[in-house]
Design a protein around this ligand. Structure first.
Ligand SMILES: [Zn+2]
Length: 225
């Protein structure tokens, strides 16, 4: 019943739609944007993908400042509270001759979040401005951002272990600081920013005839939500 999909062309070019729920593809018309198999509403691209990705990226940019400028942990030692930011924590690790851990914390807590934000901004702007870049290279960058995202949680894992191990309340205790909350928000928003971005927009941007905003707009109009 459904015509064969051709590799190397987008679904829109072939008037094909794919259902996010059951995964079936079918022919679409501007009036018919429901899945013939399960009846689910179909969006040709993730609903408001670029807007959601931007909103989450801006949130991440806002929270990356308190995450790095405020204390992420408080160490209570002999009744004196020692605050540590991510950066001062790394310096402490280096001074304590734990260079390996310091490098891991530096990569996971400083380099990775910044790289993720910069890379996603680059890809989103490249799509919006229709920069004629290699779609494959953009997808490799995106896949790397997507893959590395799960490792950003490493720092929070270290803090939670430190709190659990040291929190005996007597001589030595560790408390999470305000930056721990901010850092969590950065990790979560960048994860969802990558999830919200529809990689098919990279290919749409390479076709001058199908304006990205028009596609998204017409989708929004068809779904009165
Ligand atoms: Zn379906």
């Amino acid at each position: 019943m459904t015509k064969e999909a051709i590799a190397g062309q987008t679904g829109i070019q072939q008037s094909l739609q794919v259902c996010a729920i059951c995964g079936n593809y079918s022919a679409f018309s501007s009036e018919q944007l429901q899945c013939p198999t399960c009846g689910n509403d179909i969006y040709l691209r993730k609903h408001k993908s670029l807007q959601k990705t931007w909103a989450l990226l801006i949130t991440a940019i806002v929270f990356i400042f308190p995450a790095n400028l405020y204390p992420i942990t408080y160490l209570l030692k002999n009744n004196i509270l020692y605050p540590d930011t991510i950066f001062s924590g790394i310096i402490t690790l280096i001074e304590g001759e734990m260079l390996g851990i310091a490098i891991i914390v530096f990569i996971a807590s400083i380099l990775v979040p910044i790289f993720k934000i910069v890379a996603l901004i680059f890809i989103v702007i490249a799509v919006q401005r229709r920069w004629q870049l290699s779609a494959r290279k953009q997808l490799i960058i995106f896949s790397f951002v997507d893959w590395i995202g799960r490792w950003s949680i490493l720092d929070l894992f270290v803090i939670s272990i430190m709190v659990a191990v040291f929190d005996k309340g007597n001589l030595l205790s560790v408390y999470p600081g305000i930056a721990a909350t901010s850092f969590t928000i950065v990790v979560i928003t960048t994860l969802f920013a990558a999830y919200s971005f529809d990689t098919r927009l990279i290919w749409d941007a390479r076709q001058r005839k199908t304006p990205i905003h028009h596609q998204q707009h017409s989708q929004d109009c068809n779904h009165n939500d």
